[in-house]
Ligand binder design. Structure first.
Ligand SMILES: [Zn+2]
Length: 367
C-alpha cells in the first residue's frame, strides 16, 4: 500500500457496515425491511416488490438457511452514501417528485416525503447497506449473496429505472478504500438492461473491468456509458437459452482470463426470464439456474471472491427461481460447504438439517 493510500484508508469515516460477522453465519445478507409494501402502491409498478422476502422464505423451506445463520443487513447511512453520492443528489431525494420519477411509481408524487423516505427509500438504503456488507463478506469468505441490491442504473449523481442508490459502485469503493490489497474489481452484469450507473461511475477508472450482456433494444440505451464497457455483449429480442449460455460461457471466461480481479461483482438480474414485461429476452428458469452456476464456477475455480446481487426481475415466479438457483449452487459445491463445517463442529440443533441438505446432491467440489 502506498503512503497516500494508507492515509486515505485510515481517514475513512466510521461505518457500521463492516462489523465482524460470526463464522457460523452464511454470507447471505438480508433484512425484512428490503420489502416495499404499503397502501397497495407497490401494485402500481410491474413488479413483485416482496420478492426478496419470498426468496428467503423458499430457502428456509428447503432448510438451507434459518434466522440464526444469515446476516442481517443494516441501512446505509448518509455518511456511507456520501462515499459515492453527492450531497446535492441526496438532497434531491428529499423531493417526492424526484423519487416518483426515479422509482417509476408516479403516485409517490402526492405523498409527503417523510412517508416516501420511510416506505420506499429506507428499503432501498437497507438493500444498499446489504450490498456493501456482502462485499466485505465476499472477501472474507470467498463468496456472498445480497438477496437484494443491484441498482445498476444509478450513478453518483443520477438515479433512474427504479435505482435510487449506486450500491454496486459503493460496495467496490468501500473495498478499495478500506480493505488492504483490494485494488481491482470486475463487474459481470447479466441483468437484461445495460448497467449504465456503474458504467458512468467507473468510466475512467482502469481498476474496474466491466462486462455487460444485455438487450440493446431497451432502456436505457446509454451510449455514453457504453464507453466504459470493456466486454460488451449485445443481445437481440427473444434470445433463448442455447445462444445466451454459449455467449456467457465464452465471455465470462474471457473476462476473467483477461484481468484477474480481487473481487467479482455479479449483477444477477432475472429479468432475462421469458415473459418479463421489460427485459424482452426468452431465457427459461433452467437457463437462469445454469447461468448463475457458470458465473460462480468461473469465479470459484480461479479463487476470485464473488459478490452476487439480485437486481431486476419481478415476475411472480422470480423469487422461487432465485431460491432454486442458490440451492443449485449449494448442490454443486460452489457455496455453503464452509458454513456446514462450522455448524457440524458446533452443537447447533440445525446441524443435521444442514448436513442432510448439503450431502444430498453434492456432485462436485471444484473449489
Ligand atoms: Zn433490468
Amino acid at each position: 500500500m502506498s503512503g497516500k493510500e494508507d492515509e486515505r484508508k485510515r481517514s475513512s469515516h466510521h461505518t457500521d457496515l463492516y462489523v465482524s460477522i460470526p463464522a457460523t453465519c452464511l454470507p447471505i445478507v438480508y433484512h425484512p425491511d428490503y420489502n416495499i409494501t404499503f397502501m397497495g402502491l407497490e401494485k402500481l409498478h410491474p413488479f413483485d416488490s416482496g420478492k426478496w422476502g419470498k426468496v428467503i422464505h423458499f430457502l428456509k423451506e428447503e432448510q438451507f438457511i434459518h434466522d440464526g445463520n444469515i446476516v442481517e443487513a443494516r441501512e446505509a447511512t448518509e455518511e456511507d452514501l456520501l462515499v459515492v453520492h453527492s450531497k446535492r443528489y441526496l438532497n434531491r431525494l428529499k423531493w417526492s417528485v424526484v423519487v416518483a420519477s426515479i422509482t417509476e411509481i408516479p403516485p409517490l408524487l402526492f405523498l409527503p416525503n417523510p412517508l416516501v423516505q420511510r416506505k420506499v427509500l429506507r428499503p432501498l438504503r437497507t438493500q444498499t447497506g446489504g450490498t456493501i456488507m456482502a462485499g466485505k463478506l465476499a472477501i472474507d469468505r470467498g463468496w456472498a449473496i445480497n438477496v437484494g441490491g443491484g441498482f445498476h442504473h444509478c450513478s453518483s449523481d443520477k438515479g433512474g429505472g427504479f435505482c435510487a442508490y449506486a450500491d454496486i459502485t459503493l460496495a467496490i469503493k468501500f473495498l478499495f478504500e478500506r480493505v488492504e490489497g483490494i485494488s481491482r474489481a470486475t463487474i459481470i452484469d447479466l441483468d437484461a438492461h445495460q448497467g449504465n450507473g456503474h458504467e458512468r461511475d467507473f468510466m475512467d477508472d482502469r481498476r474496474v473491468f466491466i462486462m455487460d450482456m444485455y438487450n440493446h433494444n431497451i432502456y436505457p440505451g446509454d451510449r455514453f456509458a457504453k464507453r466504459a464497457i470493456r466486454r460488451k455483449v449485445e443481445l437481440e429480442w427473444g434470445t433463448e437459452d442455447s445462444e445466451y449460455l454459449q455467449k456467457l460461457e465464452l465471455h465470462s471466461e474471457g473476462t476473467l482470463n483477461e484481468v484477474r480481479p480481487d473481487i467479482l461483482v455479479y449483477n444477477a438480474g432475472t429479468d432475462i426470464l421469458d415473459g418479463d414485461p421489460l427485459g424482452g429476452l426468452s431465457i427459461s428458469p433452467q437457463g437462469i439456474i445454469k447461468r448463475d452456476e457458470i458465473v460462480f464456477r468461473a469465479a470459484r475455480q480461479r479463487g476470485i471472491p464473488i459478490l452476487m446481487v439480485t437486481s431486476g426481475g419481478y415476475q411472480k415466479k422470480t423469487a422461487q427461481i432465485i431460491a432454486e438457483s442458490i440451492l443449485n449452487l449449494k448442490r454443486q459445491g460452489l457455496i455453503g460447504a464452509e458454513a456446514e463445517e462450522e455448524e457440524r463442529g458446533s452443537s447447533s440443533p440445525e446441524t443435521h438439517l444442514l448436513h442432510g441438505a448439503g450431502s444430498a446432491g453434492s456432485t462436485s467440489t471444484t473449489v
